[in-house]
Design a protein around this ligand. Structure first.
Ligand code: TXA
Ligand code: MG
Length: 332
């Protein structure tokens, strides 16, 4: 931790574990250090970074003001997988906010992330530690695969518990808006601050006229090399039948993204189960790992089941739709 903190203080890059996904950290007040993040990831410079803190009072140095609703969310969900967008303080460089006057802030619950931020005694800018466009890394080996040789250090903290990136909420407007769904669900947030809106691009393909408020959400290629096609329907048995038909008709190397309830019913060489359909946390934790595994196995087309958009299901479906480039077969 001391060594990693030293690298951060000197303007270097350290990948570290958080409870959501691995982050690629740099000194968040140093525009030159943060530029290296964009280079290592191949990330467009208009896509802003999240600042990570490890004590609540560090927030007041990097934002202009904290609204009542934001205070309530902080008390309810920090530390944890919730990112909140604020008006930025002057010390936060525009280079890390993509030129916006706002800054996204998160206080992770992972003890290694907290220890690192405390030791560096800095707000740490950290996007997910993947190459831009790839699924976010949930294991140190994913970070090595994407960024080895491009960064100064990787701290291995084992598998990320949540496996999906943090929920992002903007409370600067009159009605708070969910910009990216995650493990802190819409339902959980509404139980604390009342009704919120969901950015329409969370479940609809962004376009020229429908632009996500979180710039990173406009990238649809968030995906494995394989084509991903979702098959959705109310009757799970019909979904299974349709997927089996598609597999039988395919001339490519095929994989199926299934669940514990269905995995044994398929006749296909490569079937990966996301977990128990009743346990969305488990499904969320396995999603990115499995998408990467299909690449590793050289799969060309993945047919995937879907989950209901309730609770963490909203975040899972958001990531699945992006991985699929919004290709979905809906059964009547
Ligand atoms: O769970 C997470 O949030 C992980 C871990 C490492 O903390 N980080 C992460 O960062 O997912 P990244 O950079 O991969 O995604 C950040 C998202 C992007 O979609 C970005 O556009 C959005 O947050 N964002 C950042 N600052 C913003 C701002 N001021 N206003 C709106 N969206 C913002
Ligand atoms: Mg990312």
């Amino acid at each position: 931790i001391q060594q990693a903190a030293e690298i951060l203080k000197q303007g270097g890059l350290v990948a570290f574990p958080t409870e959501t996904v691995y982050g690629l950290g740099a000194n968040g007040l140093d525009a030159v250090a943060c530029k290296k993040i964009y280079e290592a990831k191949g990330r467009p410079s208009d896509n802003p970074l999240i600042l990570h803190i490890a004590e609540k009072k560090a927030l007041y140095d990097i934002v202009k003001s904290v609204s009542k609703k934001a205070e309530k969310l902080i008390d309810a969900f920090w530390p944890g997988p919730l990112t909140i967008v604020f008006e930025k303080a002057d010390c936060v460089p525009l280079e890390i906010t993509g030129g916006f006057s706002t800054v996204a802030v998160r206080f992770p619950s992972h003890t290694v992330a907290q220890a690192l931020i405390q030791a560096a005694h800095l707000p740490i800018a950290a996007p997910s530690a993947n190459s831009s466009g790839k699924p976010s890394p949930t294991k140190a080996s994913h970070v090595i695969f994407d960024l080895d040789g491009k960064i100064d250090m990787i701290i291995d903290g084992g598998d990320a518990e949540v496996g999906l990136e943090s929920t992002i909420i903007d409370v600067s407007g009159e009605i708070p808006m969910l910009l990216r769904p995650g493990a802190v669900t819409k339902e959980m947030i509404e139980s604390v601050i009342g009704k919120i809106e969901i950015d329409p691009t969370v479940l609809t393909k962004p376009s020229q006229t429908l632009i996500p408020k979180a710039p990173g959400m406009k990238y649809t290629h968030y995906s494995p090399k394989a084509d991903v096609i979702l098959v959705q329907g109310n009757d799970l048995q019909k979904v299974q039948q349709k997927i089996q038909e598609l597999v039988n008709d395919s001339t490519q190397k095929v994989g199926i993204l299934a669940t514990d309830q269905t995995k044994d019913s398929y006749n296909c060489e490569i079937v990966l189960s996301l977990g128990d359909r009743q346990n969305l946390e488990q499904i969320g934790a396995n999603l990115f790992k499995h998408l990467r595994k299909f690449d590793f196995l050289g799969v060309e087309v993945v047919y995937s089941e879907t989950v209901p958009q309730k609770g963490e299901g909203l975040a899972i479906m958001n990531r699945l739709q992006k991985a699929a480039g919004y290709k979905m077969i809906t059964l009547s």
